[in-house]
Write a protein that binds this ligand. Structure first.
Ligand SMILES: *Cc1c(COP(=O)(O)O)cnc(C)c1O
Length: 222
C-alpha cells in the first residue's frame, strides 16, 4: 500500500509542477468502495485522510470500522437514492453527485447541518452518466438557492472510459470554464471554487485542467 500511495503522490506532484500549480490546491480522495475496511485502514495509515464511498451500507460499515482513526474526511460519490439520503447525508463531509432538484429537496429535509455539495455535470453527454448538462448547470446552481442547507462548493464530472488525452483535456477544461462562470456569479449559497474531476486513469490530465479534488480508486489497490 505505501508504495502505491507514494507512486500516486509522485504523479500528483509531477502534474502540479508541470501545470505550475501548488500541491496544496489538489486534495487526493481515495475511493475505497471496492475494498474492505481493513484495506481502507491501510490507506489511512499511509497518510490519506479523505475516503469516498458510493453505497450507504459500505459507508456506514467503514465509518464504524475506522472510528478510532478519526479524523477522516468522508465523501459520497455516485448515485444516491432519495430514500437513502436520510441515512447518508449527516454522515459525510462532501457529496459529489447533486444533479436534481428532487434530491436537493430531500437533502434539505434531512440535513442537520450545512452540506457541502458538488453539482455533477455530464460534460461528455454519455447516456450512462448522471448529471445536469453543461447548458443547464448555471441555472441549476441558481435554483439550488431555494434549499438553504445546500452549499455548492464546486462542480464534478466523470470522463468517458475511452477518451483520448486531448478529449480528456476538453472535457475537464469545459468543467473548469463552467465553474469560473458560476463562481463569478457570486451566489452566497454557491462559492463554487472546487473542481472534482480525475480518476485513476485520468487524474494527471484533470490536474492539468485545474482539478482541486481527484477521486482515485483502483490505483491504490492494484
Ligand atoms: C469508482 C469511482 C471513482 C474511482 O475510480 P477508479 O477508476 O477506480 O480510480 C471515482 N469517482 C467515482 C464517481 C467513482 O464511482
Amino acid at each position: 500500500m505505501k508504495a502505491n500511495v507514494a507512486a500516486i503522490q509522485e504523479k500528483i506532484e509531477a502534474a502540479c509542477l508541470a501545470a505550475g500549480r501548488s500541491l496544496d490546491d489538489v486534495t487526493l480522495v481515495c475511493v475505497s468502495k471496492s475494498v474492505s475496511p481493513e484495506t481502507a485502514a491501510l490507506v489511512v495509515d499511509s497518510g490519506v485522510t479523505h475516503l469516498a464511498e458510493n453505497r450507504m451500507e459500505k459507508l456506514l460499515e467503514k465509518k464504524a470500522a475506522l472510528q478510532a482513526k478519526e479524523p477522516i474526511i468522508w465523501h459520497f460519490v455516485g448515485n444516491l437514492q432519495r430514500r437513502k439520503v436520510k441515512s447518508v447525508i449527516n454522515e459525510i463531509d462532501y457529496f459529489h453527485a447533486l444533479s436534481s432538484l428532487s434530491l436537493a429537496a430531500e437533502i434539505e429535509k434531512r440535513a442537520e447541518k450545512p452540506i457541502k455539495c458538488f453539482v455533477q455535470v455530464n460534460v461528455s453527454g454519455e447516456e450512462s452518466k448522471q448529471g445536469v448538462t453543461p447548458d443547464e448547470a448555471a441555472h441549476f446552481v441558481a435554483q439550488v438557492s431555494a434549499y438553504p442547507k445546500i452549499q455548492v462548493v464546486g462542480l464534478m464530472t466523470m470522463a468517458p472510459i475511452d477518451a483520448t488525452d486531448s478529449e480528456l483535456l476538453d472535457y475537464f477544461s469545459t468543467l473548469r470554464q463552467l465553474r469560473d462562470v458560476i463562481r463569478a456569479a457570486g451566489h452566497a449559497h454557491a462559492p463554487c471554487r472546487e473542481l472534482s474531476m480525475g480518476m485513476s486513469r485520468d487524474f494527471e490530465q484533470a490536474i492539468q485542467a485545474g482539478a482541486t479534488f481527484i477521486r482515485v480508486g483502483s490505483a491504490f489497490f492494484e
